[in-house]
Design a protein around this ligand. Structure first.
Ligand code: ZN
Length: 224
């Protein structure tokens, strides 16, 4: 079923007229954004701290073009949105000296924050997993789907209060079989498309602790 959905999504991608997902202006390339909208995205320069860990977040979620790209992927199933989104991430990682600070003696893994199995089945894909894999292709840092979501939870952006967000995602992740591929002492980069209060990635970090990583950092396309 998921495979069939993937095929249908790809077919839809191929036949959609090329228009900017943000302003609807016709475009020639398949980047999904027109030049004017792309130029409005401000790539950040340095990481910031959230929940006591570094967050490498490429853009502000308040940038409408970034939001349009993320919505195109998540809610319209436009898989090709992973291309411009991962490009934003790579541009940001280059800007922020991320690669210069990599310790070559350590193993690095990108761990996407998973959606619930049922949501993945319904959408036909897990958007964070797709983005993480794309970023892996461009950076050479492997992606391991080390986590699974145990609980079905309402989306964090539907919950206004930080305390309720924390409750909403409490203990919602567990390690899955693939986590056995991660050696002790690795650097784990928890990836999500959007980070808001940081409650979700903090829970993901908690679930990864039994792997005894030497460091956990956060990565996101956009943050608030
Ligand atoms: Zn546009």
């Amino acid at each position: 079923m998921a495979e069939l959905r993937k095929i249908i999504n790809r077919a839809i991608d191929a036949i959609l007229p090329a228009i900017c997902v943000n302003c609807g202006h016709p475009i020639e390339s398949n980047d999904l954004l027109c030049r004017a909208c792309r130029s409005k995205i401000i790539i950040k320069k340095s990481p910031r701290k959230i929940r006591k860990r570094f967050l490498f977040s490429a853009t502000e979620y308040s940038d409408p073009p970034t939001r349009s790209l993320i919505k195109a992927l998540k809610y319209k199933g436009i898989i090709s949105a992973t291309n411009p989104l991962s490009q934003l991430m790579v541009e940001y990682l280059n800007n922020s000296n991320f690669f210069k600070e990599i310790n070559s003696a350590k193993k690095y893994f990108i761990v996407p924050v998973p959606v619930h199995f049922f949501k993945k089945w319904k959408r036909g894909f897990d958007h964070s997993e797709l983005l993480a894999k794309k970023i892996s292709n461009e950076t050479g840092i492997p992606t391991t789907v080390a986590l699974r979501r145990k609980k079905w939870t309402p989306p964090q952006n539907k919950i206004k209060n930080d305390e309720l967000r924390k409750e909403n995602v409490k203990n919602c992740f567990a390690l899955n079989k693939k986590s056995e591929l991660i050696p002790k002492g690795s650097v784990l980069i928890i990836f999500d498309d959007i980070v808001t209060s940081g409650a979700t990635i903090k829970e993901a970090a908690k679930a990864l602790r039994p792997l005894r990583p030497s460091k956990i950092i956060f990565m996101a396309i956009a943050s608030r």
